[in-house]
Write a protein that binds this ligand. Structure first.
Ligand code: ADP
Ligand code: MG
Ligand code: MG
Length: 244
């Protein structure tokens, strides 16, 4: 299966600032792909543009299951099975975590009863190491960075998309939670979801062995390969890639 192909993508802001310059990626179902790069490389912009965010202009092909989806709205992309765990989840005041997660379970997993929905939700919270007491809180409101990232990942696990782009699911997360996050991502991939894991640090990748690694600098892919690229970044940072 070849669900998502980013082909020679150029991403710019509405006012014409070019951020991504000719990137091609292939994200396959059930596999883990990693996109690494320093801050400001354009990783989040690429992710947002792939989702059809209106702040960005995407030029190039974007094929999902062979179909060009560049003309589709974000909602239509999500309906087809593409989703993004954002780098900075937004607070939804006045709406409880449970309400949002139950809606996600109904919409994407077809749960019929509250009991069914709660079972799916409990499994997801457990997978990311979050307590059920969070369900009564307002969505993302007043949560720590780590709680937000884990709740965002739980939402994705409930959704079970065909393709999930995870934008720095490890940033702001405390060290003890990292193995849980890694295991949750691995489980998601095992269930068939194709993953593009965006990160600028290698710490999730001591347990999680990716099928493919892309390194992005200044809007371009400067290297692609396997886990050896992660090890190189671990040892020497991004400097060795700058000259390539
Ligand atoms: P990364 O996720 O790799 O850290 P980003 O995609 O967030 O990088 O940002 C890449 C560059 O593009 C940064 O210099 C950022 O300031 C700029 N940028 C991103 N989005 C916008 C936007 N909507 N308007 C203006 N500049 C933007
Ligand atoms: Mg950044
Ligand atoms: Mg980013």
């Amino acid at each position: 299966a070849l669900p998502l192909n980013v082909v020679d993508a150029y991403v710019s802001t509405r006012d014409g600032r070019e951020i991504v310059r000719g990137v091609s990626l292939e994200i396959r179902e059930g596999r883990i792909h990693v996109l690494m790069g320093p801050n400001g490389a354009g990783k989040s912009s690429l992710a947002q543009a792939v989702m059809g965010h209106r702040n960005y202009v995407y030029k190039g092909k974007l094929l999902f299951d062979g179909e060009d989806i560049t003309g589709l709205s974000t909602a239509e992309r999500v309906k087809r099975g593409l989703t993004l765990a954002v780098q900075i989840p937004v607070e939804v005041e006045g709406v409880r975590v449970s309400e949002i997660l139950v809606r996600v379970a109904q919409k994407f997993r077809g749960t019929k009863t509250m009991k069914e929905a709660m079972q799916v939700i409990r499994e997801a919270l457990e997978a990311v190491g979050l307590s059920e007491s969070l369900l009564a809180r307002e969505y993302m409101v007043g949560m720590s960075g780590g709680e937000r990232k884990r709740l965002e990942l739980a939402r994705i696990i409930i959704q079970k998309p065909k393709i999930a782009i995870l934008d720095e699911p490890d940033s702001g997360v405390d060290v003890e939670s990292i193995p849980k996050i890694a295991a949750a991502i691995e489980k998601l991939a095992e269930s068939g979801t194709g993953i593009l894991l965006i990160t600028h640090q290698p710490r999730l990748l001591t347990r999680l062995i990716p099928d493919k690694v892309y390194v992005m600098l200044s809007g371009r892919i400067v290297a692609e390969g396997g886990i050896e690229l992660v090890r190189r970044i671990e040892e020497k940072g991004y400097t060795p890639f700058r000259g390539e």
